[in-house]
Design a binder for this molecule. Structure first.
Ligand SMILES: Nc1ncnc2c1ncn2[C@@H]1O[C@H](COP(=O)(O)OP(=O)(O)OP(=O)(O)O)[C@@H](O)[C@H]1O
Ligand SMILES: [Mg+2]
Length: 287
């Protein structure tokens, strides 16, 4: 308990649009994420996953409850006092095209935050850190001089992941980050996230509507419905013996795993080069 990095207790969020009725979308949510732990948040569209993630990062105001980060109550911390914590709480976006400045080169997108947050001492140091990281995230150095639209979808997602991880955060929020990618690109991004969180000791909240993806990457999972948590537990337990009928429904809705060529007696000699990683993660995702 004391080792929680970030937690929400009894959190409520009410949206108030101008001239519109107030809508309460989180009704007393409790979640906690330990250091180095990867926690999944799953549930149908509109259940409040993104709102909860944004509340944890203090990107939306909470109307009741408490958000704690690294032993400190940050529920109503003014933005000026939040600022030093911002580097430590990063977010990876669903649509990197929308979150990466289309006019900037990848070099600029990755080095500027390092200088802004004082992680790198100077431009040369920032460039060095980025280049070292490129190997890790399997990005060709040539990408440094490209703009986001000159990258593939998978490369763009890896730039988004690199931008967050380079800042050496303690906590990362990943919201539906693989939803727009094809299965093998998804698997590569998930593998990369797993390796990075392990090697860098990151805690992560991983939001997805897809339980099979959650199972592939998460230690524990929270199942949300209509702004409340209906079930919580270790992934293996929740998958083996779900307590709520709603979780059962979600599990039953997982599509059958993709057909693996080896099941058909074919070897993988005709696989495209560089797909080995993808298959590994896909096999893991399929259980
Ligand atoms: N800025 C806002 N103003 C008013 N209502 C909002 C706002 N953002 C979200 N909502 C409402 O809050 C509820 C929860 O939305 P949220 O985006 O958290 O759901 P979600 O679980 O992330 O869904 P999805 O899987 O579709 O991303 C929804 O009913 C949504 O319409
Ligand atoms: Mg969402």
């Amino acid at each position: 308990m004391t080792d929680d990095l970030i937690s929400a207790k009894g959190v409520e969020v009410t949206y108030r649009g101008q001239g519109k009725a107030a809508v309460k979308v989180l009704h007393g949510v409790d979640v906690r994420i330990a250091r180095r732990e990867t926690v999944g948040i799953v549930g149908e569209s509109g259940s409040g996953k993104t709102t909860l993630g944004r509340a944890l990062l203090r990107l939306v105001d909470i109307t009741a409850g408490t958000i704690t980060f690294d032993g400190r109550d940050i529920s109503h911390l003014p933005e000026a006092e939040m600022r030093p914590l911002r580097r430590r709480m990063q977010m990876i976006f669903q649509d990197p095209m929308a979150s990466l400045n289309p006019r900037h080169t990848v070099r600029r997108i990755l080095t500027e935050p390092l200088l802004f947050h004082g992680v790198a001492a100077n431009r040369a140091d920032a460039e060095k850190r980025v280049r070292q990281f490129f190997d890790r995230v399997a990005l060709p150095v040539a990408c440094l001089d490209r703009t986001p639209h000159e990258l593939s979808g998978g490369q763009r997602q890896r730039v988004g992941i690199a931008r967050a991880a380079l800042l050496e955060p303690d906590f990362v929020l990943a919201d539906e980050i693989v939803s727009g990618l094809d299965v093998s690109t998804q698997a590569q991004a998930l593998n990369l996230l797993k390796t990075l969180t392990r090697d860098l000791g990151l805690a992560m909240a991983f939001i997805s509507h897809d339980l099979s993806v959650i199972r592939a990457v998460c230690d524990r999972v929270y199942v949300m419905r209509n702004g409340t948590v209906v079930e919580e537990g270790r992934c293996e337990d929740v998958f083996a013996t779900p307590k709520s009928a709603y979780t059962r429904l979600l599990i039953d809705a997982i599509p059958l795993p993709e057909i693996d060529p080896t099941w058909l007696g074919r070897d993988r000699a005709d696989d495209p080069p560089g797909s080995a990683d993808g298959h590994g993660a896909r096999a893991a995702a399929a259980g």
